[in-house]
Design a protein around this ligand. Structure first.
Ligand SMILES: Nc1ncnc2c1ncn2[C@@H]1O[C@H](COP(=O)(O)OP(=O)(O)OP(=O)(O)O)[C@@H](O)[C@H]1O
Length: 241
């Protein structure tokens, strides 16, 4: 079998439960920093062509797992390999430099996604056009509405032909016009992408999009297997609660 596109081994994520001042004070006093363990040693691989749904109740660790796969959040311990270009289609409103212009923010996001300066330059007209932001792209993004941030982030994230598509169903694609346009582009990318990882509370949508489902509970994998089988068990457990 070929090398997996995504490979996790004993991946743990702890969130500090203190702000940076609290952490500094604890360090000075040699006290222990309180943490919340969100992922408790996940091990799995995803191969070419797999469409994987991640399900679980609130707080199960779905968003944390997507952030780890996107490289936004480094694991606290364990090993992670993601082979190929990743398009993270969630948390669009985070990570902007407020004093810089729309164009500059597109460049930064592109570099973070692993594009070269030349690739960004080549794609800039297409990204700008898809965003439909026009002259506003020359303004500092602190002047933008929340929908305008989404336009930049979505247009940049989908400007590559990604091998790995990470989608949180609750991604919120802005106004009606842009959400129709972005849904169409997402479907095109899903048809082309080698791997899809999709989190959602909408089990019918998961069933229609995914071949495999990983069920998380409190940062552990409860079940990992064929979508129909895992969703059936998950539904039974939900009706018991
Ligand atoms: N920034 C943070 N600081 C501290 N704890 C966090 C942080 N983000 C998430 N957590 C905790 O980590 C755990 C996993 O959260 P996560 O957001 O990954 O769950 P989820 O499955 O995506 O939930 P939901 O379905 O509600 O979106 C939860 O217990 C949550 O309270």
């Amino acid at each position: 079998m070929s090398e997996p596109v995504i490979e996790l081994k004993d991946v743990v994520v702890d969130y500090p439960l203190e702000n940076s001042l609290g952490i500094a004070r604890k360090l000075l006093r040699r006290g222990s920093i309180r943490k919340k363990r969100a992922l408790r040693g996940l091990t799995f691989s995803i191969h070419d062509g797999e469409r994987v749904g991640i399900v679980g109740h609130n707080g199960a660790g779905k968003s944390t797992l997507l952030r780890v796969l996107a490289g936004i959040l480094p694991p606290s311990s364990g090993q992670l390999a993601v082979r190929g270009a990743v398009a993270p289609l969630f948390e669009f409103a985070t990570g902007f430099e407020m004093e810089l212009t729309g164009y500059e923010n597109i460049r930064i996001r592109g570099l973070l996604q692993g594009l070269s300066s030349q690739q960004i330059k080549d794609r800039m007209p297409e990204i700008a056009e898809f965003s439909e932001l026009g002259e506003a792209l020359s303004q500092p993004v602190r002047t933008y509405s929340s929908g305008m941030f989404i336009r930049i982030a979505f247009s940049t994230a989908t400007s590559i032909d990604p091998e790995v598509l990470l989608i949180d169903e609750a991604f919120g694609a802005g106004d009606q016009h842009f959400s129709v346009k972005s849904a169409k582009r997402m479907r095109e990318l899903m048809a082309k992408g080698r791997v899809l990882v999709f989190t959602s509370h909408n089990l019918d949508l998961v069933k229609s999009l995914c071949t495999r489902v990983i069920w998380l509970r409190e940062g552990n994998i409860v079940m990992d297997g064929h979508a129909d089988e895992v969703l059936e068990q998950y539904r039974i457990s939900e009706s018991v609660i």
